[in-house]
Design a binder for this molecule. Structure first.
Ligand code: PHB
Length: 248
C-alpha cells in the first residue's frame, strides 16, 4: 500500500487508528484518536472520515467515533475465533450452570491471552477479563495453560521478559514460572491464586482439537480460597466435550 512521507503504509495507519480503541475506551473524538495513534491532526481527521464513510467506524451526534458494526461483521464472520466459540458455548454454559461463577474461553494471540467469550452470573466473584480483552500469559490461569503448551521459543521469550507483578500471587521469578508450567502440563490444569487480583483464583484447562493440539484455554474465576474440586471436574468434562465437537 502507498506509503506516507513518514514511511508507514496506509494499512499501518489504519491499524494504529483501530488500536486506539480498547474494551474500556470505546468512544473517542478524531483529535483523541490522532493523538493516541501518533498521527498528525489533519491525517487523523481525513483517515477517520474515510473509515466512517466505508462503515469501519461510526460517528454519533456529538461527532464521537466508535468501531463500526461493519467492522465487527467482517471480522467475525470468517475468523477462526467464531468456530471455536461456537464449538465451546454449550459446554461453557454447562460449566457456568454448575460452578455459577465466570466462565471464559481464551486463545494465544501475540504473546497474550485473548478472551473470545465470557459467561457470568450476577452474583459471581469479581473478574477483570473482558470479551476481546487480553491478559498477560504469566499472570492468569488461562495464560499459564496457553504458555505451558506454546512453542518453546515463545516460552523462552516470556521467561526472559520482565514478569510484571500484578497482584500478591503473580509469579515474577522465571525459575518459579518454569516449574509452574511443568506442573500445568503434568496436572492437566492451572490454578492461579491471586495472580491478577488478590481476591480471586483462576482455574483453567487446555482445550484440544482432534489432533491433540491445544487451541484454547477454558477457565473459571472463583473466590481466592474457594474449593477447586467442582470447578476442575466441570472444566475437564467441558474440555472433552469441546474436543469431541471440534473433531466432528
Ligand atoms: C485468571 O484466569 O487467573 C483470572 C482471570 C481474571 C480474574 C482473576 C483471575 O479476574
Amino acid at each position: 500500500m502507498a506509503n506516507s512521507p513518514s514511511g508507514d503504509s496506509v494499512a499501518d495507519r489504519v491499524l494504529r487508528v483501530l488500536e486506539t480503541f480498547t474494551p474500556t475506551r470505546t468512544m473517542q473524538t478524531a483529535a483523541e484518536i490522532g493523538r493516541r495513534a501518533g498521527l498528525p491532526s489533519s491525517t487523523a481527521h481525513r483517515l477517520v472520515g474515510e473509515l466512517v464513510e466505508v462503515g469501519l467506524l461510526e460517528r454519533d451526534q456529538d461527532r464521537r467515533v466508535r468501531v463500526g458494526m461493519r467492522l465487527w461483521e467482517l471480522a467475525t464472520r470468517s475468523s477462526r475465533a467464531l468456530r471455536l466459540r461456537q464449538a465451546a458455548l454449550p459446554a461453557m454454559e454447562r460449566v457456568q450452570a454448575q460452578v455459577r461463577e465466570h466462565t471464559q474461553l481464551a486463545i494465544l494471540e501475540q504473546d497474550e491471552a485473548l478472551f473470545l467469550e465470557r459467561l457470568s452470573s450476577p452474583d459471581a466473584t469479581s473478574n477483570i477479563t473482558r470479551i476481546a480483552g487480553r491478559l498477560p500469559l504469566h499472570a492468569s490461569s488461562s495464560g499459564l495453560v496457553l504458555l505451558a503448551h506454546a512453542e518453546p521459543e515463545l516460552q523462552e521469550r516470556v521467561l526472559g521478559s520482565r514478569l510484571a507483578r500484578l497482584a500478591s500471587g503473580t509469579i515474577t521469578e522465571p525459575a518459579v514460572l518454569r516449574r509452574k508450567l511443568a506442573e500445568v502440563r503434568r496436572l492437566g490444569h492451572a490454578v492461579a491464586p491471586g495472580s491478577i487480583e488478590d481476591v480471586a483464583t483462576g482455574v483453567a484447562v487446555p482445550v484440544r482439537d482432534r489432533s491433540g493440539t491445544v487451541v484454547a484455554a477454558l477457565s473459571v474465576v472463583i473466590e481466592r480460597h474457594a474449593r477447586l474440586d467442582r470447578p476442575l471436574s466441570a472444566l475437564h468434562a467441558a474440555a472433552r466435550e469441546i474436543r469431541r465437537t471440534l473433531s466432528q
